[in-house]
Design a binder for this molecule. Structure first.
Ligand code: NDP
Ligand code: OXD
Length: 308
């Protein structure tokens, strides 16, 4: 029995050490140098080359090294019977709440404009939005969206939220899947924290932008594929959206030639809204590996039918 780490473009020896630090008896293999493919029962994957899982005939579960699982669900070398789990961890949630709060404060207080003005030695004051003036709409009220909403509420912002199913969260007006229009009505700052599924792919598009209240802003920290990029450019150019903060892109790193780089109204961060802590992840992975070997239910397993 062994645990496979399948992650590209990163040295995973430290992560292996974290696992061995928790239990030195676990047989850990790092892709691509797998000595005994037939012994692999559990894999942890991020940015893995598609189709590699067909090489592991006894694979029973794959965990994402992050919170999202779209990269696993889109790999058809993972058999239907293989369980898929993900990382749900306090530090991941806390970092995302901080990211959203920071982005919102920067938009309300014109931080980006002042940074650009300083670069030019230019002194000019801009109106800051007051907290009572604008409403923030959070798309997705799962582990990350709910906590981000609560962080914003605790800081005095007006917040509403949208999820597939109806929610009851103190201080938050919530809307379910078929109430998207009602949710957008009155929302100024749209924060996307949805999982990427066939229903949410391309959801951030022009008709949706038109339903936002003015002034409108976008923060996408979920997946690049949620956003129809040409629609955002059109919305920024026509004033439908004032500014967008983007942490995620369909192709990462964002290519140097991409049209987003040179836009004043777009803030780009390199998928750092929330970064998996290796120690925290290793603890979860070891727990699930042991659960798998003892036939117990896995933690943070996703529902393949829902896609998250
Ligand atoms: P969860 O699975 O915990 O929550 C997903 C939420 O989205 C749920 O509230 C769910 O509704 C809602 N949802 C799903 N489909 C729909 C739909 N069709 N219509 C309306 N609501 C829907 O996910 P997390 O909060 O843990 O993570 C969200 C995403 O954030 C991840 O999938 C990942 O892509 C991204 N992420 C980005 C990071 C970064 O650094 N940029 C870091 C970590 C994650 P319901 O509650 O009713 O099921
Ligand atoms: C993600 C993550 O899912 O970084 O994006 O955890």
């Amino acid at each position: 029995m062994s645990l496979l780490i399948a992650v590209q473009h990163r040295d995973m020896t430290k992560f292996k050490d974290e696992i061995l630090h928790i239990d030195k008896n676990i047989d850990v293999e790092i892709w691509p140098n797998v000595k005994h493919p037939d012994r692999v029962q559990f894999a942890v994957a991020w940015d893995h080359p598609k189709q590699i899982f067909q090489n592991y005939p006894n694979l029973k579960a794959v965990s994402s090294l992050g919170a999202g699982v779209d990269h696993l669900l889109s790999d058809n070398s993972i058999p239907e019977t293989v369980h898929i789990t993900r990382v749900v961890a306090p530090s991941l949630t806390d970092q995302m709440s901080d990211f959203v709060l920071t982005a919102v404060l920067n938009l309300f207080r014109n931080t980006e404009r002042y940074v650009k003005q300083q670069q030019k030695g230019h002194w000019e004051k801009h109106k800051a939005y007051s907290k009572s003036e604008l409403t923030i709409g959070i798309m997705g009220l799962g582990e990350l969206g709910k906590a981000a909403a609560q962080r914003l509420i605790a800081n005095g912002f007006n917040v509403k939220g949208w999820a597939r199913t109806q929610k009851s969260i103190a201080g938050l007006a919530t809307y379910s899947n078929n109430e998207l229009t009602e949710f957008l009505n009155g929302a100024n700052v749209l924060v996307c924290l949805l999982p990427l599924t066939s229903e949410t792919d391309g959801i951030l598009e022009i008709d949706l932008f038109k339903k936002l209240s003015q002034p409108a802003f976008l923060i996408n920290a979920a997946r690049g594929e949620h956003l129809v990029e040409e629609d955002l450019i059109y919305a920024l150019d026509t004033g439908l959206i004032n500014h967008a903060v983007l942490d995620v892109f369909p192709k990462e790193p964002l290519p140097e030639s991409h049209a987003f780089w040179n836009r004043d109204k777009i803030t780009i961060t390199p998928h750092i809204a929330s970064v998996t802590d290796p120690k925290e992840a290793a603890t979860l992975i070891v727990e699930n590996y042991k659960r798998l070997l003892s036939g117990m239910e896995l933690l943070n397993a996703i529902d393949k039918k829902k896609g998250y």
